[in-house]
Design a protein around this ligand. Structure first.
Ligand SMILES: Cc1cc2nc3c(=O)[nH]c(=O)nc-3n(C[C@H](O)[C@H](O)[C@H](O)COP(=O)(O)O)c2cc1C
Length: 351
């Protein structure tokens, strides 16, 4: 990322999640309520676990915004973890010995536990879990919700749809599918799509591999925990299509360039082409389940069952909200590269 950049920090049961955003021009309206509403959307969705009943995420804006407008200075966001109070000893910042009875050493298949413990030489897998957890996506959504609001001031808006939960593509069956998985003590994944409308032509570029916007979007969505595939438009089906079926032919209507199809999902040659941006992603089933998975205790070297910690049965709706907001960060960054200025008026003149 170039013009719009951010860093996040925070453990799942630590005191708080934080982010610093740098590169926001001055004069844009930012509404805290909008950010909180996005945080609420991330926490909802059928199939979530007990943690979401504890956390009612609200953002605190610590810098960079005054009287509802960006100042041009870095914006600091914070979300306190309400659950911290129950974990303050286990997550203590102060020096303590490794407390064996409160640690876990049985890596959960499908999680960062095993590779993370080897890579960072952690005995207690909690040291991996705490940051690898999808809890960190809350602060990413808050950052994205800032980006979304700026994009909206240029008429760019977005929504998402759930396409599949487990084996069903019928929305009427989604809840039943989740109920039945929960009863069996297993979990589900699914598929969703994110659509952005009213994007200008030419965000991204064909001139160099690292400037192509499809690659940037794919990175942002693929790196959401549990996302295993990302495609643009009808990308999932492109291998079996004939050339004349897949391309979106170009016509004129009232002296305007129009398309009658959008298989490309709004991107050609690494650039937005003015059609709706359509990003489709699949999430794998949640790896932690009551039905235990086989693993090896790294302390004893013996085969055993994986550690269970309270968990969602299905989080596809939340994942779609995360993807919407992560994509907003890429789009705003590209937008500012193309129409960049130090303040809203300058950018409006360039747009
Ligand atoms: C919104 C959301 C909620 C999640 N909730 C859980 C959960 O409750 N339990 C769990 O085991 N994994 C959950 N995951 C998935 C894990 O975080 C993810 O599978 C794990 O970190 C390993 O990353 P990978 O699947 O990308 O390899 C969730 C993911 C997302 C996006």
């Amino acid at each position: 990322m170039g013009n719009f950049r951010f860093l996040t920090s925070g453990e799942s049961h630590g005191k708080a999640l934080t982010a610093i955003i740098e590169g926001l021009p001055a004069g844009f309206d930012i509404d805290e309520n909008f950010i909180n509403n996005e945080l609420k959307r991330r926490q909802q969705g059928y199939g979530r676990g007990k943690r979401m009943e504890i956390e009612h995420d609200t953002v605190e804006i610590l810098s960079g915004i005054r009287f509802g407008k960006t100042l041009g200075s870095p914006v600091t966001l914070m979300i306190k973890n309400k659950d911290w109070e129950n974990w303050s000893e286990i997550m203590s910042v102060n020096a303590k010995d490794f407390t064996e009875e409160k640690s876990f050493t049985t890596p959960r298949p499908g999680h960062a536990d095993f590779a993370g413990a080897v890579k960072y030489s952690h005995e207690d897998l909690r040291n991996v879990l705490e940051r690898a957890s999808a809890r960190k996506t809350a602060i990413e959504v808050a950052v994205g919700a800032v980006a979304k609001q700026i994009l909206a001031q240029f008429g760019i808006n977005c929504h998402s749809e759930i396409l599949q939960i487990g084996k069903t593509t019928n929305p009427d069956d989604f809840e039943n599918e989740i109920n039945s998985a929960r009863e069996k003590g297993i979990s589900l994944g699914g598929k969703f799509k994110v659509i952005y409308q009213n994007l200008p032509v030419g965000l991204g570029s064909y001139v160099h591999y690292d400037r192509m916007i499809d690659g940037k979007i794919a990175q942002m969505v693929m790196s959401i925990p549990a996302v295993r595939s990302v495609s643009i438009g009808d990308g999932e089906n492109c291998a079996s299509a004939y050339g004349n079926e897949f391309q979106d032919e170009i016509y004129t209507e009232n002296d305007k360039i129009v398309r009658k199809t959008n298989h490309a999902g709004g991107i050609e040659g690494g650039m937005t082409n003015g059609e709706d941006l359509v990003v489709v992603a699949s999430m794998k089933p949640i790896p932690t389940m009551k039905t235990a998975l086989k693993t090896v205790d790294l302390k004893t070297g013996k085969e055993t069952e994986a550690h269970f910690e309270r968990s969602d049965t299905c989080a596809v709706e939340a994942c779609a909200v995360i993807a919407e907001n992560r994509i907003a960060c890429v789009l705003l960054d590209e937008f500012l590269q193309k129409f960049g200025g130090d303040n809203k008026k300058e950018i409006e003149n360039l747009f």
